[in-house]
Design a protein around this ligand. Structure first.
Ligand code: SAM
Length: 284
């Protein structure tokens, strides 16, 4: 008998991965957590039936959510990470000796415990001395923070369930206040390809744009996310992600990356016309 993991990417489209074994399944106070093993993607985990991380393609997402802002402002020292329970974002951040402190605010401790056990590939740096792990709602956490962070990374689930608040106007306004005068906000921005995801993307873009003078979107190809075409938001009080890219400085660091490089950085901000149109329409 064959076992397949199937996820609905739209009402009319499904994506499946052949599974060797289901390694874990439980309901946390916030969401259902499942872990599988597979030949093509290695181990992978899902929340409420939606793909979060696979061993095979997580490097793309984590490279792009971390190295893009780090290559724009090499002086980033204090970082707030919201969500990111698998640890992949923190793993990439801890490669920078210049980073002094990382607050990681994840709502669901069970996700972190499960990833430490089943996905050490991403969870391997959560015990770094600079990481302060807090189990709280990110929406509430930022409410009281003013002028504290150089970078905020929102590595969240989609805008329903516990992640819903992380796509609201209130949240983005509080992130703006929590950032220093040259602060950067990066967030996962959904896919532009399927209508319901595109609507969430447009809403997020519109709301972020109301607070930040610089508000850009960049893309990556992530095979296990809906349509494979995924977007990230780059918002900033000061830096333009392309003009202010400090390529020479980043390349001097000698970090070995499997996806990110500074040429791709510039190219990632060159968007297809239909995405440009969706972003424009979000302001109308
Ligand atoms: N890379 C993934 C993706 O885009 O599919 C996201 C990874 S990470 C596992 C997302 C995390 O956000 C989850 O562990 C979830 O518990 C957490 N999360 C959701 N809502 C949150 C909230 N309000 N505050 C803090 N963390 C939250």
């Amino acid at each position: 008998m064959e076992l397949w993991y199937t996820e609905e990417h739209s009402e009319n489209v499904r994506f499946s991965i052949k599974v060797d074994e289901q390694l874990y399944s439980a309901q946390s106070p916030f969401q259902r957590i499942d872990v599988f093993s597979s030949k093509e993607f290695g181990k992978f985990f899902t929340l409420d039936g939606l793909m979060m991380v696979t061993e095979k393609d997580e490097f793309i997402y984590h490279d792009m959510i971390v190295h893009v802002p780090m290559a724009v402002n090499p002086k980033i020292e204090k970082v707030l990470v919201i969500g990111a329970g698998d640890g992949g974002t923190v793993r990439e951040l801890t490669r920078y000796e210049t980073i002094k402190h990382i607050d990681m605010v994840e709502i669901d401790k069970m996700v972190v415990d499960v990833c430490i056990k089943y996905l050490p590939q991403t969870a391997c740096k959560l015990d770094d001395k600079r990481v302060n792990l807090l189990f709280e709602d990110g929406l509430k956490f930022v409410r009281t923070k003013v002028n504290e962070y150089d970078l905020i990374i929102v590595d969240s689930t989609d805008p329903f369930g516990p992640g819903e608040g992380l796509f609201t106007k209130e949240f983005y306004g509080n992130c703006f206040n929590a950032l220093k005068e040259d602060g950067i906000l990066v967030n996962q921005h959904e896919t532009p390809y399927y209508e319901s995801y595109a609507k969430s993307m447009q809403r997020a873009h519109k709301r972020i744009n109301e607070f930040f003078p610089v508000c850009r979107v960049y893309q990556a190809h992530i095979p296990t996310y809906p349509s494979g075409h995924w977007l990230f938001g780059f918002a900033s009080k000061k830096y333009d992600p392309v003009k202010d890219l400090n390529a020479e400085n980043w390349n001097k660091l000698g970090l070995k990356t499997k996806y990110y490089n500074t040429d791709l950085h510039t190219g990632a901000f060159a968007l297809p016309n239909y995405v440009i149109d969706l972003l424009k329409a979000s302001h109308e």
